[in-house]
Each structure stands twice: as structure tokens, then as C-alpha cells.
Design a protein around this ligand. Structure first.
Ligand SMILES: C[S@@+](CC[C@H](N)C(=O)[O-])C[C@H]1O[C@@H](n2cnc3c(N)ncnc32)[C@H](O)[C@@H]1O
Length: 175
């Protein structure tokens, strides 16, 4: 699975800089939730720069180990914090500017609980990008996820195009 998630073909079809470049700025604290082997975490760390911070969270220690091995001995070790999360608790200790949830929300048992924790840690002007696989997650299932997010206190901002995916960028509601 980790091989499918991090290879040159994916990098070309789902270029992290094209997908995330419009949203991630230097100095941001970013949560890569369900980071897997860190396909996006590494690129986010480069985009957020030396003054930025990435929290790469995953349920699976094996995935975190792959990312740990990838950044070992590099400058990125200082910029990426690995976080072993639990099924219904991310365990974030800090507030974040941006959350990426790429191909992970459909895997969670309790989406509402996850969304509540994210919102509690999202800074007032923060955003979350939810991306789900096109064929694995139906339009209806994706709309249900967006509804749960709206009911939890997020508002949709835009629907970016991501290859073979359904995607929505959301921010905190002002109410
Ligand atoms: C399909 S992979 C996607 C990995 C990565 N986001 C990517 O696009 O390359 C989904 C990942 O989400 C993780 N995951 C699933 N549910 C999770 C949860 N509740 N909290 C944290 N990670 C979770 C899985 O362990 C897996 O590594």
C-alpha cells in the first residue's frame, strides 16, 4: 500500500505542489492527517519552510516508520513531528493553520468526532482540505461527509480539481 501511495507516477498525477501550493504558506503549522508514508508531509514541510511545522499523524506505526526513515538525517527531521493517533482521537497538542485529510476520512469510524477535534484545533482563519478517492467514495457519501463537516461548524470554500478524486476546501464558520 505504501508503494502505491508514494511513487513518481502519483507525483505526476497528484502533484503536491499543484494541489497544496495555493493554500500552504511559509511559517504555517500544518496537520497531515492520515499521512501514510508521508507523500504529502515531506512536500508540505518544504512549502512551509524553515519557520513552518508539519504534524504528520497516522494510526499505523508502520506508516510513521516509513516517514521517519525517509526524513532521517535530513533538515526535515526538525520540521516534521510524527504523531501516532488513535482511531477516535488525533491527540493534537497545538493549533494548526491547515489540515490535509487526503484519502483518509472514509476510513474513519466516527467522522463527527474527528471533525470536532480538528475544528477545536483549527485557528480562526484556518482551512481543511478533504480529498477522497473518486471510485471508492460515492458522490452521496462525499456529500454526507461535507454535511457532517457543515453541521460541525465548517463552511465549504471551493471544490478544487484533484485527479481521480472528490475534494472540498473548508474553513471555520464565523457563527
Ligand atoms: C489511503 S491512506 C492515505 C495516506 C496519505 N494521506 C496519502 O494520500 O498518501 C489512509 C491513511 O489514513 C490512516 N488513517 C485512517 N484512519 C485514521 C485515523 N482515524 N486517524 C489517523 N490516521 C488514520 C491510515 O492508517 C492510512 O495510513
Amino acid at each position: 500500500m505504501a508503494g502505491i501511495l508514494d511513487n513518481a507516477i502519483r507525483r505526476w498525477l497528484q502533484d503536491p505542489h499543484k494541489i497544496l501550493g495555493p493554500y500552504i504558506k511559509e511559517g504555517m503549522t500544518v496537520l497531515d492527517l492520515g499521512c501514510g508514508p508521508g507523500f504529502f508531509s515531506v512536500e508540505i514541510a518544504l512549502m512551509a519552510g524553515k519557520s513552518g511545522q508539519v504534524i504528520a499523524a497516522d494510526l499505523q506505526e508502520e506508516m510513521l516508520q516509513k516517514l521517519r526513515d525517509k526524513i532521517k538525517g535530513t533538515e526535515l527531521e526538525k520540521r516534521i513531528t510524527l504523531l501516532r493517533s488513535e482511531e477516535n482521537k488525533i491527540g493534537l497538542a497545538e493549533n494548526v493553520d491547515f489540515v490535509l485529510a487526503f484519502y483518509m476520512v472514509h476510513e474513519t469510524l466516527d467522522q463527527e468526532k474527528l471533525l470536532h477535534e480538528i475544528i477545536s484545533r483549527l485557528k480562526p482563519d484556518g482551512h481543511i482540505l478533504i480529498v477522497e478517492p473518486l471510485f471508492h467514495v460515492s458522490k452521496t457519501a462525499f456529500q454526507e461527509t461535507v454535511k457532517k463537516a457543515v453541521d460541525s461548524g465548517l463552511v465549504p470554500v471551493e471544490s478544487p480539481k484533484v485527479f481521480l478524486s472528490r475534494a472540498v476546501l473548508m474553513k471555520k464558520s464565523r457563527q
